[in-house]
Design a protein around this ligand. Sequence first.
Ligand code: ATP
Ligand code: MG
Length: 439
Amino acid sequence: MRLSQYFLPTLKENPAEAQIVSHRLMLRAGMIRQASAGIYAWLPLGYRVLKKIERIVREEQDRAGCQEMLMPTVQSAELWRESGRYEDYGPEMLRIRDRHDRDMLYGPTNEEQITQIVRDNVKSYKELPKLLYHIQWKFRDEVRPRFGVMRGREFLMKDAYSFDLTAEGARRSYNRFFVCYLRTFERMGLKAVPVRADTGPIGGDLSHEFLVLADTGESEIACHADFIDIDAHGSTIDYDDAGALQATFDHFTSLYAAVDEQRDPAVEKALGDKLAVRRGIEVGHIFYFGAKYSDPMKALVAGPEGESVKLECGSYGIGVSRLVAAIIEASHDDAGIIWPDAVAPFKVGLIDLKAEDAECARVCDDLYRRLQKAGVEVLYDDREGRAGVKFADMDLIGLPWQLVVGPRGVKSGVVELKNRRTGERQELAVEAAIDRLAG
Ligand code: ATP
Ligand code: MG
């Protein structure tokens, strides 16, 4: 993409409305614009990142044996009356009336809808388990939408649902998602710690929240230092091996991790220098809630003896749009964002220091073509103008690599490759630079 043609409205000044660094940087880097309170438009750069995150989430759900589908955003109130949540949910639910005076709502979550679909279409225990997910916009009329997409009113969530015959089966499904979440966040370059969670208004008795560690996180978390050192969370796990899944679950839940009133001073004292106290952002939440919806909604299947059995269920959310902000909170410096490779909107920013110089432009155009041919995602700053502005914009938008081409280098056949994270710079021949980036 040529920057001269790209829609990238960057801002030099910090917007007054943004209180946290990710919100400031997302506005300044031209990733999002507010439409109304807690509702955002995703501009091209931001949308690329959102899509990359979505893709990682999708690949890991698929790998774990979960099947993608798509449910609508607008739901009927009737369905929610069946579960009893229409009255319970409160003012966070956006209620709508259609032209026939029917009560509708913009879905804050989809337990009812998926339970109805499974109830109407799965009749026998032989069809179980079923693991289903979708990635869809949600609306929750939050009391205090704030921090940009971190706590929006409209936000993108991956929500998965599991349906099993027995509590033991449901447990296996839960473990699958637990491991899948460790892998998902790790692939995004994040440290995510599973913390036992309140089951809250959804109910049930097995629930974990996944907190991404970032200095600016909303909640304080105390955890075993191993969480910070561990890499490759279950990266070779076989999802059909129930024993291995349970072992991974047992390992991670045996390590201390606590927020708020769960914290135990005695345990923390005993941990000594193995205790890490950090801040975290909730990016995922998994629940096992048994028959909470299948009971009132009469989601029954025929069991092995022909008896009617209530489905055993769980739900598993990931805040896809919140992750964009969480990654920035975890990875930035004073100059701007530092994207982890896996979610970067482009891999490299090609900077022509002197676009009005024909020779510079020729070398850059050639590099641009060849990088694209090699499958490298390039944002090419071909604008005329001051070098300082170009460097500042490139640092701000945080692409992992910058390839700088100036008149002096062009004469001697070299370009400069800068690593955004380390700041390390290296002069390379054009060929070598292409090889390095394509590798
Ligand atoms: P929170 O405690 O942050 O309000 P929640 O517990 O209500 O979140 P869940 O119902 O568990 O959220 O939703 C699953 C995931 O969706 C959360 O882990 C979070 O990452 C994301 N999420 C929830 N609410 C919002 C929001 N208002 N804006 C952006 N993401 C959200
Ligand atoms: Mg939650």
